[in-house]
Design a protein around this ligand. Structure first.
Ligand code: ADP
Length: 523
């Protein structure tokens, strides 16, 4: 990819900034060739990659190097875009919101600083991947279980900072963050919570501080660069019991959610409960063309045939209980009784006991995997996907309402309907995977139109997205419109104070610093 300069920066000024960065981290860690830029491009971009093209990347190894980079970025007015490992697939990967930003790639900072099985926490640098942490826990035989998202290649901190979700009782990954160290746009280094006290012994354990609690202000945010953070890990349970059930019809999701939410709120089920639709299983069996050879969306009659042929329900309910065997057995009886009120099919039981091997698909046992990424290949060609992910209250009424409306819109745009619901507490994350072939411009245009229609419809009905692709950060931010976007106005005041030149991730989540305010709404 050719060089895109950041707004307002001349080629000479850019070269001077690059030279200064080379001085700070070594020439080999400042990457500005066309191939380098390709490596940081959004491989799933809905449109040309240049819309979100980086000017290059810089990869520091220490906090001091980050501070030096921030100093240089301020001096030269070079905007940066922070990533940990940059595997944010479907949401922009490593690419920046504003073209021309230099990616600040923290992948080399990959130390596991602490790993404590007694209190169940670790302190990590941003470059530590799920697989790295998993391997270390296995190697040291520590009784800890991780919470992993669908994409096991990513960064533990990057995913938590982006509000990623996992499927164990610790599934709300951002909630496990405790005690952050952050470089601000001014170059200042701060520690949040009680870590603000030099050498505090409990800063990764106590979730508050003395005074306001700032940890999550650095999540889905451009207020700082997180250089290390504490993260809670679940003690490995003695046993775990999986209860599987195929649910036949799409509309059944209503009673399924009304059955599961009370069990979740009463603590019978602790995990974040993932309920994928049939397509979640199908994408692993082959490509779309193997099951439906026309470009149009798979029609309902063919869906029904496929469910029969492959012995699938419309939904797959996989509940996992964690803990002592006696407790799990008792909980299982309560869960089974609740489902029996609606369906005769018995739940299939699969026990796991500490020390048993796990397979690569066991996301619910905290095993990182890339298998769920298989769906990337569903449409073939230059296959890509985007997630439309509204948050809805965890009741059957809301879930059915959202599903019916979004399904109608997705059908009308002739795209395959692939929904999942994850009950994380009093809410569900409803992720709708929209898959397309990047080589087919009409598909890309269709997906963009569809995405806009879905956002508008959800907002009109009082539902918001929890996360989005770079190209819709402003559009989603616009839907947060209470009191003339009071929260965005507050965020942008804070942004200007903490980062006066607006050099950190401008436009992230629709938060624009004054320095680049003219870029709002572009791309
Ligand atoms: P992953 O590799 O797990 O998918 P990324 O590194 O792509 O995670 O990070 C996802 C997003 O989270 C980034 O686009 C960025 O906005 C934010 N982020 C990641 N790491 C940091 C960090 N160290 N400090 C601040 N924000 C971060």
């Amino acid at each position: 990819m050719q060089l895109t300069l950041p707004p307002g920066l001349s080629p000479q000024a850019f070269d001077a900034a690059v030279k200064a960065l080379q001085g700070a981290v070594g020439a080999g860690w400042v990457m500005t060739t066309d191939e380098d830029r390709d490596a940081y491009a959004d491989i799933y971009a809905p449109g040309p990659e240049t819309l979100w093209g980086a000017s290059g990347a810089v990869a520091p190894q220490t906090v001091e190097e980050i501070q030096a980079i921030v100093r240089i970025a301020n001096e030269h007015k070079l905007p940066l875009w922070t990533v940990s490992r940059g595997k944010n697939l479907g949401y922009g990967t490593a690419a920046p919101r504003m073209p021309g930003c230099m990616v600040l790639d923290l992948g080399r900072m990959d130390k596991i600083i602490e790993l404590d099985p007694e209190l169940g926490y670790c302190v990590l640098e941003p470059g530590v991947g799920f697989i790295d942490l998993y391997e270390r826990i296995q190697q040291d035989k520590l009784p800890l279980m991780m919470s992993v998202p669908g994409n096991g290649w990513g960064s533990v901190l990057g995913n938590a900072l982006e509000h990623g979700i996992g499927y164990t009782p610790y599934g709300l990954n951002a909630k496990n963050l405790c005690g952050l160290e952050v470089v601000l746009g001014t170059g200042d280094l701060v520690r949040t919570g009680i870590g603000a006290m030099e050498k505090n012994q409990a800063w990764n354990l106590f979730p508050f501080g003395y005074g306001p609690t700032w940890d999550l202000m650095f999540s889905q945010s451009n207020f700082g660069i997180v250089t290390k953070a504490g993260m809670w890990l679940m003690p490995e349970p003695e046993t775990s019991l999986e209860l599987n059930l195929d649910i036949p019809k799409a509309e059944d999701i209503g009673w399924v959610v009304d059955t599961l939410t009370p069990l979740k709120l009463h603590g019978i089920i602790d995990q974040s409960i993932f309920i994928p639709s049939w397509l979640g299983k199908m994408v692993i069996l082959g490509q779309r063309q193997d099951f439906w050879d026309k470009p149009s969306a798979i029609p309902e009659w063919r869906v029904q045939e496929l469910l029969k042929e492959h012995k699938l329900g419309y939904w797959k309910v996989q509940i996992r209980l964690y803990g002592d065997e006696t407790v799990n057995k008792a909980k299982a009886e309560i869960v089974k009784a609740a489902f029996k009120k609606h369906i005769d099919t018995p739940m299939q039981e699969v026990w796991w006991r500490r020390g048993d091997p796990t397979n690569v698909m066991d996301l619910t046992l905290g095993v990182p995997s890339a298998v769920p990424l298989q769906m990337g290949n569903w449409v073939g060609g230059k296959a890509a996907h985007m997630g439309f992910s509204p948050v809805v209250p965890a009741t059957g009424k809301h879930v059915l309402d959202q599903m019916t409306r979004s399904r109608k819109i997705i059908d009308a745009h002739d795209v395959d309907f692939y929904a999942s619901f994850t009950i994380g507490g009093r809410f569900c994350n409803n992720v709708n995977m929209l898959m397309y072939d990047r080589d087919k411009p009409e598909q890309v245009e269709g997906i963009k139109k569809l995405f806009n229609a879905l956002i508008a419809d959800a907002a009109a009905n009082g539902y918001a997205e929890y996360r989005t692709h770079l190209g819709w950060m402003d559009a989603i931010s616009d839907t947060f419109n209470f009191n003339d976007h009071a929260l965005r106005r507050m965020n942008e005041k804070v942004k200007d104070v903490l980062d006066p030149n607006g050099i950190l991730s401008p436009g992230k989540q629709g938060i624009w610093p004054t320095a680049y305010a003219a870029q709002r709404g572009k791309n």
